[in-house]
Design a protein around this ligand. Sequence first.
Ligand code: PLP
Length: 347
Amino acid sequence: MDINKLQRENIKNLRPYSTARDEYKGQANIFLDANENSYGSPLSENYNRYPDPLQLDLKDAISKIKGVPIENTFLGNGSDEAIDLLFRAFCEPKQDNVVILPPTYGMYEVSAGINNVEIRKVNLLPNFQLDLDGIAEAVDENTKLIFICSPNNPTGNSIVRTDIETVLANFKGLVVIDEAYINYAKQRTFIKELTEYPNLVVLQTFSKAWGLAALRLGMAFAARPVIDVLNKVKPPYNINQATQDLALKALENIEQVNEWIKITVAERESLSKDLAALAMVKKVYPSDANFILIEVENALNTYNALVTEGIIIRDRSKVTLCEGCLRITIGTQEENKTLLEALKNIN
Ligand SMILES: *Cc1c(COP(=O)(O)O)cnc(C)c1O
């Protein structure tokens, strides 16, 4: 993989914005170089100062948990920012294309649309696994990215590891593995394989298992050349100081997070069983995530009946390969019980 050929010409030639902190990094008593408010901030702490553009303290803490070096780590304003930056850095509008594998996460297609980049869809097989022949056929010399979501949203299953490895070994562009739900999965993460595959990008997020969707913090792990391109293209201060402070604090509570993961997985298994026992439920798909996809007799009716009870789930019945399907996030034990009762009472 040649990073110079892979990135867009204008990005290769781009001189990134140089911040005040880029130009002077040392210790000093008086900083009069960034037009900040020298008197302070209405909040305590140092919120009158611009945050670290490369978030090194936070990356250091993440690195200790993930075992991935800082230089292989990119932080985004949600993983959605990393997805958008991958398009902007690597895909020439109206010329390059990317491959996505429906049914899958909607942001890949939206980001492609915003960036005017062609999308090539290769549907998953009926068992929601990769159609390797279809992917090979869809790829051409202008294909820059392939998005593989594992565990996949909205189906919940993990993608077979050897199939992902086949794509990684054969595709010349970047293979983006979206691991938003990896903490709930039996399957291993791909972040340990970064040294093996220069074209691998792994996305993870603080929005799901870490319980910090409101902070907007996502991670991309990749080989150094890919990370360097993302850092060059990102807005200089894309992660604000409050997010950096709060995420650092959250990382001290990993035991709590691991406890929630355990409970969620246990609830997922018992809720799956209970749902399968309902007459209206035709199929419960196995899940490696914190949600379950089910097929019911009448998806829209079921959805509307639950809304009447004040319970909101996701109607996925119009999505490719998901006819009649609903997606249900695992709630608290109490919430799941209420959901089951409500479903039992639908005609
Ligand atoms: C929820 C989700 C994300 C998270 O996006 P953030 O921008 O980090 O909140 C990413 N990918 C998938 C597949 C998701 O379901």
